[in-house]
Design a protein around this ligand. Structure first.
Ligand code: GAL
Length: 651
């Protein structure tokens, strides 16, 4: 399928007489894909066992008549009210032990096996009824697993599941006691039945206890998804099963969940995501109407990895959203730019959320492509323009392999949340800081999972703040011929959340002769300048060993060490330090870079390099040495502008 645009549609929100006109207008502006159904359980099954599937089939008929293809979402993120009467204990419990209530969405517990069966039942019913519909193009499982903080539940169902999971993992209680270090504070257990969830304790749980609970909870999300995947694939093996993930959300391991998906997708709301992020205020102000110029791209690259190369945007911000403290109107052109940027990073489909703004309920202030009075909102025209431009440029092919690889790991996100040691020390922040530093030079960056065993084709591989090494990853680093940047904190623990016998970064001496002897953790505002520029902040390591010192701070503490092509960064840095380190590596690796104006970013896909201008002013780019000319736009980029350059040769 050529790259296409789509839209999220809720036929159950509108009079049936409107559907035909809606579908006609969608097709007219170049929409090809329509996602429906993901919250419609109360209309599909108004009372237990009383199915009403006629309307969804008629909606698919109407959409299909206009040449539109449909993604049907399973409605399991919104169990209807009667379900709570049937399974009162399916509501998740928060960390304080309180049951959550009905009246919004995602009110279920991943560990509740009765609810999982209900989900299997409705999925099966939908598969039977809709699988052979000619308009059907694929399925979406549930909606945004974990949204609104719903991955973890501290319920009896979760406790029972956790005990079984632990028994399966450790086999004997002695092995668990050893792994968690339970001799400490007399925390030893004599049976698995004695183990509780790591909440409501007097003070913190053992970090391995907490980490295992997160691993368990993540496995429940994967198991939940697998149930639906198996049913849908059994019925139509040829149709893709997709899930829509989120921005900066790491409570479960997405690589694991995607083991039972054909395509990963994510929901991109750049302005809301910047507003709710921990980016500095100055960035928030600067990109108020555009969103962070690297955050959407980072997730495009992440979900390309999660989806094993296949990924979509299932929900694209079309205008102001409703869920930020403030919800600015995007700069004119951003709904076009965001879509183009996603396509540049390899998206197969970019689907706008939503067709028509709903005049009722929670999201009545959230823009759609149409206003509530059915007149076009600005996003409507921008979506139409994207569809036209996709056809005109003939964009196709894959996102090309980048020169930089960055490892992103969910367990490392959990670990440093459990034990930050310096408040605010996050795995993802380290990965994203490096991502931006490399991407500012026009380089294509790939995000890879920690299970990667071969780095062939990359100039530089970076592995910051990784919890522990697997043998395969250590070996991949040892065999890689390019440059490697690791640390800070990488390899500072074992899989069981203990300090490794040889101390971090736990690499063999022939790879890196350095050991972390002590950690200095600093509050915000207490930075230590690094000689030559930039500063260490939050986290400094004091090392010993024979590795060469490349940079040191003003107190003489080594900041960047090297041994051959392997580099070790001992500190968390401010932007200036991270940029210096990235630039140093690029020079060492002799990687050719582009010079881009502020706010301009780019990526290569197929035969093209696509430039996007996130700045609020015009910018001028130059034709790069490997480009022959522009098929869209040119060197002068308007605010929110796009330029698409043709590559001399696509590798
Ligand atoms: C997403 C969600 C949608 C809608 C949207 C609003 O998180 O999947 O259902 O709520 O946000 O921006």
């Amino acid at each position: 399928m050529n790259p296409s645009i789509g839209v999220c549609y809720y036929p159950e929100h509108w009079l049936e007489e409107w559907w035909d006109n809606d579908a006609r207008r969608m097709a007219e502006i170049g929409i090809r894909i329509v996602r429906i159904g993901e919250f419609a359980w109360s209309r599909l099954e108004p009372a237990p066992g009383q199915l009403q599937l006629g309307w969804i089939i008629r909606a698919m008929d109407v959409l299909g008549r206009h040449g539109l293809k449909v993604i049907v979402g399973t409605p399991t993120a919104t169990p209807p009210r009667w379900m709570i009467d049937k399974h009162p204990d399916m509501l998740a419990m928060d960390r304080e032990g309180r049951r959550k209530g009905f009246g919004s969405r995602r009110h279920y517990d991943f560990s509740h096996l009765g609810y999982r069966e209900e989900c299997a039942r409705i999925t099966h019913i939908l598969a039977e009824a809709l699988a052979d519909h000619p308009a059907l193009a694929g399925w979406q499982t549930d909606n945004e697993y974990g949204c609104h903080g719903t991955t973890y539940s501290y319920s009896p169902a979760a406790r029972d599941g956790f005990r079984l999971w632990l028994q399966h993992k450790y086999q004997t209680i002695e092995a668990l006691n050893r792994a968690w270090g339970n001799v400490f504070w007399s925390m030893e257990y004599s049976s698995f039945e004695q183990i509780d969830l790591p909440n409501l304790l007097v003070c913190e749980a053992a970090p391995a206890h907490e980490l295992d609970f997160r691993r368990y909870s993540s496995d429940q999300v994967a198991a939940f998804n697998k149930v639906q995947f198996d049913i849908l694939k059994a019925k139509r093996p040829d149709l893709p099963v997709i899930h829509n993930f989120m921005s900066r959300y790491a409570e479960f391991d997405h690589y694991d969940v995607a083991e039972t998906l054909d395509i990963a997708s994510w929901d991109s709301y750049p302005i809301g995501h910047l507003a709710t992020s921990n980016e500095p205020d100055e960035i928030k102000r600067h990109y108020l109407r555009q969103g962070d110029p690297d955050n959407a791209a980072f997730h495009h690259d992440l979900y390309r990895a999660v989806g094993h190369g296949r990924w979509w945007i299932m929900e694209q911000q079309p205008g102001p959203v409703n869920w930020g403290a403030f919800n600015p109107d995007p700069l004119p052109g951003m709904a076009r730019l965001w879509a183009w940027e996603a396509f540049a990073h390899g998206a197969e489909v970019v689907s706008y959320f939503r067709w028509r703004q709903a005049p009722f309920a929670q999201e009545q202030m959230h823009a759609g492509l149409l206003r509530p009075d059915s007149e076009p909102a600005p996003g409507y025209h921008e979506a139409e323009q994207v569809a036209r431009e996709l056809a005109e440029t003939g964009l196709e092919g894959k996102a090309l392999q980048g020169s930089i690889a960055l490892i992103y790991d969910y367990q490392s996100e959990w670990a440093w949340e459990i034990q930050p040691q310096a408040a605010g020390f996050r795995h993802g922040d380290h990965v994203r800081a490096l991502y931006s530093a490399f991407r500012k030079h026009g380089l294509d960056v790939d995000i890879l999972p920690p299970s990667t065993s071969n780095f062939a084709g990359y100039d530089i591989v970076a592995i910051p703040a990784l919890l522990f090494w697997t043998d395969a990853l250590r070996e991949a680093v040892a065999n890689f011929e390019g440059h490697v940047l690791i640390g800070p904190r990488t390899g500072s623990k074992t899989e069981n959340f203990a300090i490794p016998a040889k101390l971090g970064p736990d690499l063999p001496q022939n790879l890196l002769d350095a050991r972390v002897m002590r950690v200095d953790s600093l509050p915000a505002g207490v930075d230590v300048a690094v000689k030559g520029g930039g500063a260490a902040r939050l986290w400094r390591e004091k090392t010993e060993g024979g590795a060469e010192v490349i940079m040191e701070d003003v107190e003489g503490v080594p900041v960047l060490l090297s041994q051959g092509k392997l580099f070790y960064l001992t500190a968390s840095g401010d932007r200036a330090l991270i940029q210096r380190v990235a630039d140093y590596l690029l020079a060492e690796a002799d990687t050719s870079i582009l010079t881009l104006p502020a706010g301009v970013r780019c990526r290569r896909r197929g035969k093209f390099r696509i430039y996007v201008n996130y700045s609020s002013g015009p910018q001028t780019i130059a034709l790069a040495a490997d480009e022959t000319g522009y098929v869209l736009g040119d060197t002068e980029m308007a605010p929110a502008g796009i330029s698409v350059a043709k590559l001399a040769r696509a590798d």
